[in-house]
Every structure is written in structure tokens, then in C-alpha cells.
Design a protein around this ligand. Structure first.
Ligand code: IPM
Ligand code: MG
Length: 363
């Protein structure tokens, strides 16, 4: 019996997570695995009830589970809250709390959706990248940080805002190992993205990546500056296999990379800690409050996140393939949620998309 914490969150979170849970239940039946699902609040809905976006109860449930399936957090109505209780803070909080330092964001293009991308088919066809994003360091968590008044030479108060881009060598080493292992299990090409021409923190990053590479002689390591990487990612995505980078660069590059696949609604992610510890699975997209309750959101990113859970937490590659291929088949048959719909496709709702995928899994 495995425990899965279900943190649906805000906006479209509950709708897409329901479909993810449906897929996990189907996988459980097919592979004879018993899952115990436990729901908990996170984000704005948690704030409404407990006056904090990440209640202790939720942390406890997450800690006590084998894996967490998360939807999304945030809504406009919380935009004016003080930063420490904003829904996004809960995401950062749970990542830190569970020590989820390694965030894997695969970017694959389904042949069926090549025309949904804004990029030319000949440039993107065959794209298969994993972005390994460090998730618990960098400017996201570095101190000192804040907004404060400093007095200038004329005696006037001027406000300064600042954050600290900081990585310890230990933090760089552990993400490097995850990245090299990931690359080693794939095409054995690792591109480390930094800004070492300007930033000291990146110089250390590059030095350590190079050091660790000696332990993985089968993997070819290259380095690329982040501005160049942003450009290369859409001009020639096929050159990339595994990409490793820090928290903020990874945040930006993964949103950019999602446009190769055609929609933010397609990309899953796994946030991992050390082997055997609880891991968290979530779509890379946000809570899309404008789509809330309309049954139009694309559940595929969440469903593929559930597939990643089967692979990384439950070591069940067969279940991963089953879910992935079910998604492919449904797309091949022309079913599309609104975000990827084009003339001539078969329009389906969130719930219908989930059902179609589950039916395919059951064969
Ligand atoms: C992501 C999101 C989050 C991040 C936000 C919502 C805090 O953009 O998971 O990519 O910046 O990490
Ligand atoms: Mg992001």
C-alpha cells in the first residue's frame, strides 16, 4: 500500500488533479498496486481556511506519503496579500520542506501536435530534452534579501530591492550528480547552462560541473551561457539532450521550452530529493484562474506528471509507458482540449480528455 498526497490547490488545480488521480487509480488496477490517496490544502484555498498557504497539516501529510501529486496554486484575489502568505510561497515552502532539490522537466514534442507549436516543424520534430533545474537554492532562497531604505549622498531615503544569487558547492555537486545520471540514462550529452562570463556564482557552478564530469566519463559535458541557451533552445532544440541549470535560469528556460511542444498544458515535472525520499509531481503550468471551473483546462501535463510518479517513485517504467502511449493515441485520434484545438480536431473537455486516456490505458 502506497500513500499519495493529493494537493489540488487553486484555479484549475482541482480539475486537472482529478484527472491525474483517475489515471493513477487506473494504473493501480492494471498493475495491482494499492494507492491510498489523501487530500490536503495548499495555496490560496489553504490561506482561506488557515490564514497560511502551507498549513502544518499539509506538510505532515506530504512527509507521511510516498509521493505528492500537486495541481497549481494562485489566484488574482490573493495578489494583494503580503509576500509571506501568498500562494506561490507555499510552493517554495513545500519544495524546501521536502528538500526537493532536483526538478526534472522533460520537453518532448508529440508528432501529433507539431502544428500546435509556433515554431517550424522541421526545427522541432524529434525534440526530446530533459531540463534538470536546481530547485531549492539560488535567488529564490538566498539571503540577504529584502526591500529597504538607504540614505543617499544628499540625505534622501532611496528604496533598494535585492536578492542573493548564491550556491554552495554541496548544492551544485548534488544537482550535478542527478544531471549526469539523467544524461547517462539518455543520449549521454549534458549541457550546463550558466552566466559564468559575468557571475561569480556561475564560475563556481561551471568549475564544479567540470570536476564532477570526471566521474561520468560516458557523458559529454558542454557549457553554455544562459542568453545563448535561450536563443539556441528555439533555433535548434535538437542539439540538446539533458540540460542542467540553476533555479531561476531553469524557471525561465522551461517556460520557453514548453513552447516547442505547443502548449504549457503539456509539460509535466518531477521534483526529487535523495533516493527513496518523498517526491513531488506537478505540471509546470500555473493555476489559470480565468479557466477555473470551466472544464476546459488541459489535464495532460498533470497526467504525464502522474506517469513520472509511476516511473520515479514506484520504479514502474511499464506504467509510465502505458500512460504516455495512451496520451499519444488519444492525440493521434484527434482529441484536443481548447489550448491545442485547431479546425478539424475533435474538441474535448478536461474530464473527457481524462476519460479517453484512462480508456486507452485499459485497452
Ligand atoms: C514554476 C513556477 C514557480 C517557480 C512559481 C509559481 C513560484 O513558475 O514552478 O516554474 O518560479 O518555481
Ligand atoms: Mg515557472
Amino acid at each position: 500500500m502506497y500513500k499519495i498526497a493529493v494537493l489540488a490547490g487553486d484555479g484549475i488545480g482541482p480539475e486537472i488533479v482529478t484527472q491525474g488521480v483517475k489515471v493513477l487509480k487506473a494504473a493501480g488496477e492494471i498493475f495491482d498496486i494499492k494507492f491510498d490517496f489523501q487530500e490536503a490544502l495548499i495555496g490560496g484555498c489553504a490561506y482561506d481556511k488557515y490564514s497560511k498557504p502551507l498549513p502544518d497539516e499539509t506538510i505532515k501529510i506530504a512527509h507521511d506519503s510516498n509521493a505528492v501529486l500537486l495541481g497549481a496554486v494562485g489566484d488574482w484575489k490573493y495578489d494583494t496579500l503580503p509576500p509571506e502568505v501568498r500562494p506561490e510561497r507555499a510552493l517554495l515552502g513545500i519544495r524546501k520542506e521536502l528538500n526537493l532539490f532536483a526538478n526534472l522537466r522533460p520537453v518532448v514534442i508529440f508528432d501529433e501536435l507539431i502544428s500546435s507549436s509556433a515554431l517550424k516543424p522541421e526545427i522541432i520534430k524529434g525534440t526530446d530534452i530533459v531540463i534538470v533545474r536546481e530547485l531549492t537554492g539560488d535567488v529564490y532562497f538566498g539571503t540577504p534579501k529584502g526591500i529597504e531604505v538607504r540614505v543617499d549622498e544628499n540625505g534622501n531615503g532611496v528604496r533598494y530591492g535585492y536578492n542573493n544569487m548564491i550556491y554552495s558547492e554541496k548544492e551544485i555537486e548534488r544537482i550535478a550528480h542527478v544531471a549526469f545520471k539523467t544524461a547517462s540514462s539518455r543520449n549521454k550529452k549534458l549541457c550546463s547552462v550558466d552566466k559564468a562570463n559575468v557571475l561569480d556564482v556561475s564560475r563556481l557552478w561551471r568549475e564544479i560541473m567540470t570536476d564532477i564530469s570526471k566521474q561520468y566519463p560516458d557523458v559529454t559535458l558542454t557549457h553554455m551561457y544562459v542568453d545563448n541557451a535561450a536563443m539556441q533552445l528555439i533555433s535548434n532544440p535538437l542539439q540538446f539532450d539533458t540540460v542542467v541549470t540553476g533555479n531561476i535560469f531553469g524557471d525561465i528556460l522551461s517556460d520557453e521550452a514548453s513552447m516547442i511542444s505547443g502548449s504549457l498544458g503539456l509539460l509535466p515535472s518531477a521534483s526529487l530529493s535523495y533516493d527513496g525520499a518523498v517526491a513531488l509531481y506537478e505540471p509546470i503550468h500555473g493555476s489559470a484562474p480565468d479557466l477555473k471551473g470551466l472544464n476546459v483546462a488541459n489535464p495532460i501535463a498533470t497526467i504525464l506528471s502522474a506517469a513520472m510518479m509511476m516511473k520515479y517513485t514506484f520504479n514502474n517504467n511499464e506504467a509510465y509507458d502505458l500512460i504516455f502511449n495512451a496520451v499519444k493515441s488519444v492525440l493521434r485520434e484527434g482529441y484536443r482540449t481548447k489550448d491545442i484545438y485547431k479546425d478539424g480536431d475533435k474538441p474535448v473537455s478536461t474530464v473527457q480528455m481524462g476519460e479517453l486516456i484512462v480508456n486507452k490505458m485499459k485497452g
